[in-house]
Design a protein around this ligand. Structure first.
Ligand SMILES: Cc1cc2nc3c(=O)[nH]c(=O)nc-3n(C[C@H](O)[C@H](O)[C@H](O)COP(=O)(O)OP(=O)(O)OC[C@H]3O[C@@H](n4cnc5c(N)ncnc54)[C@H](O)[C@@H]3O)c2cc1C
Length: 492
C-alpha cells in the first residue's frame, strides 16, 4: 500500500480533514507535525510572538490530536525543525510516496509551502480547509474580491454554497507496518515559556484540542441553548455564554468552520431559525472575508499604510504604548480589557474594537504595535483576523468610511452600564457607584478620598475629544481631504 505523509499545520483535528481523508483512501496515512522554530520567534518590536496562553492551548491541541489519532490506530509523528527539512527526511526514512496538506494563507506560509514543495523528493497534494466557503465556490475570483465587506456578503448570499464537512475516519489502517519514533510532545520549555497562572476571573476555561472544541460547540448550541439569543448577547464582556468562544479552536483548526455551519443548520431545523442563528454565520463570513483579503493583498495587510496606502504620521510614544499595554490609560473600559488580555489571553470583540480605536484614534500610535501586542497575547491569534481587524480599526483597511472612532465613554455606558466588567478587572474601582465608575477623573476630592485609595487609579492619558479631533485632522491631511467640522456625535 502507498504511504502518504499527512502534514498537519493549523488544522489540528480529524473531523472535516480533507488531506487525512484522502490519505486514508490512498493507502497508509502517516500523520506528521513540525514544530517550526519560526513560530516562536520575536515580533518586529522585540517581544515574543507566542505568548503563554496560546502556547498552553497549542500544546493541549497537539496532545489531543495525538490521542485521537491513537484512538484511530495510528499516532502523530512530532519533530522540531522546519518543514522543508523535516518532511523530505521523513519521506526518505519511511519510504513515503506522497505528501498531503492544507494550504495556509500568508506571505510567510506561502514561502514555506514553496520551500517544502521544492525540497520534497515526491509529489505534494494541496487541499483547502481554512474557510467556511471554498475559494472555488466564491461568486468572484479572489483577485476581484470587493473591498467592502457588505458587497462581499451580498454577493456570497446570492449564490450561497457551503460544502458539507467530511466525517472523521473510523480507522487509520496499516500503521502496524510503520516503524517510526513518534517523538515527544512539546513542553512549555520547548518554547522557553513559563507556565501562566490561572486567574479565577477568566471568562472561560479554554482547553486546547478538537475534543474540547467540539464539546464547546455542543455546550453553547445545545446544552445552554444560547445560539437562539446570540445576536442580543454577543457584545457582552462578562459571561462565558455571551458569545460562542469558539475562536481559539477555529484559529488553530481544532474545529472546522464547516462543522460549525452544519451545527447551525441542524439547530435551525431542530430548534429555531432566527436573526441570532443567521448572525453567527454572518460573523464566520467576516472571518472568511479577512482570510480572502489577506490572500488577495499579501504582505500589504502588515504594512503601516495598509491596503489604502495612507501614509499617516503615526507616533510610537513608548510611554503611552506601555500604559495602553498595561491597562494604565485612565479610561476604565480600555484598562479593564487590557488587563483581562494579559491575565487570561482573551478579550471580547467589543473590547478589541475599543482598545484598537483608542490606540489609533486617540493615542495616534502605530497600529502595528497594537497588532503585534495582541498577536503575542491572544489565545485565538489568527494573522488574517488580527491584522485585517487592525487595519480596519486604524482606517487603512477595508473601511470606506474614513476616520471613525469609538466614543469610549458611550461604549462604557452602552456595554457596561453598571460597571460590573470594569470592576472585575480594576478592583480599585469596586467602591464607586455605577454612574461614576467610568469617569473616575471627575470625582470630587471628597469622593476620591471615600472611594479610591490615593494614587490608586491614573488620570486620563489624553482628553478623549481633543485627541480625536487632532488625530482626525492628521488623517484628513494624509488623505488629502479638508478637515470636516468636528461633530461630537461621532459614532459610538
Ligand atoms: C483588533 C481586533 C483583533 C482581532 N484579532 C482576532 C484574532 O487574532 N483572532 C480571531 O479569531 N479573531 C480576532 N478578532 C475578531 C473577534 O474579536 C474574535 O473572533 C471574537 O471576539 C472571538 O470571540 P467568540 O469566538 O466568542 O466570537 P463570536 O462572536 O461567537 O463569533 C463567532 C466566530 O466568528 C468569528 N468572528 C467574529 N467576529 C469576527 C471578526 N470581527 N473578525 C473575524 N472573525 C470574527 C470568530 O471566528 C468567532 O469565533 C479581532 C477583532 C479585533 C477588533
Amino acid at each position: 500500500m502507498e504511504r502518504v505523509l499527512v502534514w498537519f499545520r493549523n488544522d489540528l483535528r480529524v473531523h472535516d480533514h480533507g488531506p487525512l481523508t484522502a490519505a486514508v483512501g490512498q493507502g497508509i496515512a502517516i500523520p506528521v507535525y513540525c514544530l517550526d522554530p519560526r513560530q516562536w520567534g520575536t515580533t518586529a518590536f522585540g517581544w515574543p510572538r507566542l505568548g503563554p496562553y496560546r502556547a498552553v492551548f497549542w500544546q493541549e491541541s497537539l496532545a489531543d490530536l495525538r490521542s485521537r489519532l491513537q484512538g484511530l490506530g495510528a499516532d502523530l509523528v512530532l519533530r522540531v525543525g522546519t518543514p522543508e527539512t523535516v518532511l523530505p527526511a521523513l519521506v526518505q526514512e519511511l519510504g513515503a510516496q506522497r505528501v498531503v496538506a492544507y494550504h495556509e494563507i500568508g506571505t510567510e506560509e506561502s514561502r514555506i509551502e514553496r520551500a517544502v514543495a521544492a525540497a520534497l523528493p515526491c509529489a505534494i497534494e494541496w487541499f483547502w480547509g481554512r474557510t467556511l466557503l471554498h475559494p472555488d465556490d466564491l461568486p468572484m475570483d479572489v483577485s476581484r474580491l470587493p473591498e467592502v465587506f457588505t458587497s462581499f456578503r451580498k454577493e456570497v448570499e446570492a449564490a450561497w454554497t457551503v460544502r458539507s464537512p467530511l466525517p472523521a475516519p473510523t480507522r487509520l489502517p496499516g500503521w502496524e507496518t510503520v516503524t517510526v519514533d513518534a517523538g515527544p510532545l512539546p513542553t512549555l520549555a520547548t518554547w522557553g515559556i513559563t507556565p501562566p497562572g490561572v486567574d479565577e476571573r477568566r471568562i472561560y476555561p479554554f482547553v486546547g484540542g478538537e475534543t474540547a472544541g467540539l464539546a464547546r460547540l455542543q455546550e453553547y448550541f445545545w446544552e445552554r441553548d444560547r445560539l437562539r439569543v446570540y445576536k442580543e448577547t454577543r457584545n457582552g464582556m462578562v459571561n462565558a455564554d455571551d458569545s460562542s468562544k469558539l475562536s481559539p479552536w477555529l484559529a488553530m483548526g481544532c474545529v472546522s468552520p464547516r462543522q460549525v455551519w452544519q451545527e447551525v443548520q441542524r439547530y435551525e431545523t431542530e430548534r429555531v431559525a432566527n436573526d441570532s442563528t443567521y448572525w453567527l454565520i454572518f460573523e464566520l463570513l467576516w472571518r472568511d472575508y479577512f482570510a480572502f483579503i489577506a490572500w488577495k493583498h499579501g504582505a500589504k495587510i502588515f504594512r503601516r499604510s495598509g491596503l489604502l496606502g495612507i501614509d499617516l504620521p503615526w507616533g510610537q510614544n513608548a510611554g503611552w504604548f506601555q500604559r495602553w499595554c498595561d491597562g494604565e490609560t485612565g479610561y476604565p473600559l480600555v484598562d479593564a480589557n487590557m488587563k483581562e488580555l494579559q491575565a487570561t489571553g482573551f478579550m471580547s470583540n467589543r473590547g478589541r474594537q475599543n482598545v484598537a480605536s483608542f490606540l489609533t484614534k486617540n493615542l495616534n500610535i502605530d497600529w502595528r504595535l497594537g497588532a503585534a501586542w495582541l498577536e503575542s497575547w491572544l489565545i485565538d491569534y489568527d494573522p488574517c483576523s488580527n491584522y485585517g481587524n487592525w487595519i480596519y480599526a486604524a482606517g487603512v483597511g477595508n473601511d470606506a468610511r474614513g476616520f471613525r472612532f469609538f466614543n469610549i465613554l458611550k461604549q462604557s455606558q452602552d456595554y457596561d452600564p453598571d460597571g460590573t466588567y470594569v470592576k472585575r478587572w480594576l478592583p480599585q474601582l469596586a467602591a464607586l457607584p455605577p454612574h461614576k465608575v467610568h469617569t473616575p477623573w471627575q470625582l470630587l476630592p471628597v469622593e476620591r478620598q471615600r472611594w479610591l485609595a490615593p494614587g490608586d487609579y491614573p488620570p486620563p492619558i489624553v482628553d478623549l475629544w481633543e485627541s480625536a479631533r487632532q488625530n482626525e485632522g492628521l488623517y484628513q491631511k494624509a488623505v488629502g481631504a479638508t478637515p470636516p467640522k468636528y461633530r461630537r456625535s461621532r459614532r459610538g
